[in-house]
Write a protein that binds this ligand. Sequence first.
Ligand code: MF3
Ligand code: CO
Length: 247
Amino acid sequence: MIFVKSEQEIALMREPNAIVRDCLKYVGGHIGAGMTTKDVDALVENFIRASGAEPSCLGYYGYPASACVSVNEVVVHGIPSERVLREGDIVSVDLCAYKNGFHGDGARTFCIGKVSEEKQKLVRVTEECFFKAIEGLKEGTPLYDIGYRVQSHAEANGFSVIRAYTGHGIGREMHEDPSVPNVGHRGTGVRLKAGTVICIEPMIAAGTFRVKVLPDGWTAVTLDERPAAHYENTVVIREDGVEILTL
Ligand code: MF3
Ligand code: CO
């Protein structure tokens, strides 16, 4: 069931989402070669707690950290570890903050030093996929138009769209209905109502879209071990467009 939020609820959601936005910016200013993915997680946890919020991911179905830190072939849900970041890596950092009884959620993919042209293009196109998805998005838009737009842009650039994970509604729970796939047929799916809050999160791969989950039960990697990127914002559907809460 899709919960349409009242203006009051949306007002309460602004704070956790602003914390996510600021935390992603903070991580972008501090991440670099030589750090471990655990160091990145510590930046995230400290920032979120210092902002008076809680890291929603920590303990979520047993997830052991505050951020998902996914390097190169890791698509999503990379568990922070002693893995050291090196020049040429791309690193997606996905984080959620809980405050005022609501969650905020966002992700960015950062380049460590100079990265290959393919990776640069992958990161850029993944971000563009989000902005294509929100072009014209407003009350009454069929849900799967989002996936259609993401898929069209990714595939036109020679990349593939991860199917095994999707965007989602968000609110009092981190994951609410509807599921928001990144592939789809134009003109299909429920028509979105004003006040619906969703996370749109293209996950785009340089090679195959097929993934496997490592024995840790979380870390999702591409089957061909080629890189993948991730970009996510939380948005409110409005009568005349969208309001992005994490930008
Ligand atoms: N932020 C992720 C999302 O977009 C959730 C991470 S799953 C967790 O859905 F278990 F790590 F929290
Ligand atoms: Co999300």
